[in-house]
Design a protein around this ligand. Structure first.
Ligand SMILES: NC(=O)c1ccc[n+]([C@@H]2O[C@H](COP(=O)([O-])OP(=O)(O)OC[C@H]3O[C@@H](n4cnc5c(N)ncnc54)[C@H](OP(=O)(O)O)[C@@H]3O)[C@@H](O)[C@H]2O)c1
Length: 242
């Protein structure tokens, strides 16, 4: 199941996972985009179904996960990819509404979705959970505090869940992308001076592609990573270590 599979990195995960043989449930708020991804998966010879929910609605998300489990009869992997970062704001100006909205999707929503999925997975021998962090949680970053704080929470949550569930067949890892070509970075990529400022900080000298992130997710979902748990795998063109 790929939460936030309707666009960007999540969409690429749906395509890559189904090419690797998985049947995928594509979720997001947009039914139209979810069905478009299902169409694209099927055009490539894979199998997928669509489900619609808002991650900030914990009960609706749990219902969506329960219904998908009932339809498919098993759940081997959860990719908790959905996330948002609409605020470009100095810390001294962050409002409680901005903080709560960001946390509500990027951390609270992610945790309770993982919890809902894990109830099924733990009851049937375990599986693999992949959360979507961000390299910004590893570095100080300008104007993104509510988002970065949530992603730092995702890292800590990922390690803690890995320890909690390792003896029950469950692995929990995170992928931390750097700057990737998606809707999320569209404003940044099309603003000349911001784009140049970012690229100066990335030793690889370019933005990442969604396919490069999806390949890591498929690896972490698959048995090829059977002895890896509690890790945050960073894919950032060298940004974090420069
Ligand atoms: N792009 C980057 O450079 C970058 C870097 C580091 C980390 N990330 C992380 O990677 C993940 C994917 O980012 P992206 O760049 O692919 O973003 P994107 O293109 O904006 O796609 C975001 C996805 O999340 C879903 N989503 C957003 N809010 C949701 C909500 N409230 N409920 C349910 N689904 C929701 C969207 O689906 P709907 O529109 O259908 O709701 C969409 O499928 C995010 O967690 C992001 O923080 C991205």
């Amino acid at each position: 199941m790929v939460l936030g599979g309707t666009r960007g990195i999540g969409r690429a995960c749906c395509l890559d996972l189904t090419r690797a043989g998985a049947t995928v449930v594509v979720t997001g708020r947009s039914a139209e985009n979810a069905h478009a991804v299902v169409h694209d998966v099927r055009a490539g010879g894979g199998e997928a179904t669509a489900a619609v929910h808002d991650l900030s609605d914990v009960d609706a998300t749990a219902r969506t996960i329960d219904e998908a489990y009932a339809v498919h009869g098993r759940l081997d992997g959860l990719v908790a990819n959905a996330g948002m970062n609409p605020y470009f704001v100095r810390p001294e100006k962050v409002t409680t509404e901005e903080w709560d909205t960001s946390m509500g999707v990027n951390l609270r929503g992610v945790f309770f979705a993982v919890q809902a999925a894990a109830r099924h997975m733990l009851a049937t021998g375990g599986g693999s959970v992949v959360t979507m962090s961000s390299v910004t949680a590893q570095r100080g970053t300008l104007r993104g505090l509510p988002y970065v704080a949530a992603k730092g929470g995702v890292d800590a949550m990922t390690r803690t869940l890995a320890v909690e569930w390792a003896d029950r067949g469950m692995r929990v890892n995170a992928v931390a992308p750097g700057y990737v070509e998606t809707d999320l970075t569209e404003g940044l990529r099309h603003h000349e001076s911001l784009r140049e400022m970012v690229l100066r900080k990335v030793p690889a000298g370019r933005f990442g592609t969604v396919e490069e992130i999806a390949a890591l997710v498929t690896f972490l979902v698959s048995d090829a990573s059977a002895y890896i748990t509690g890790q945050v795998l960073t894919a950032d063109g060298g940004f974090a270590v420069a």
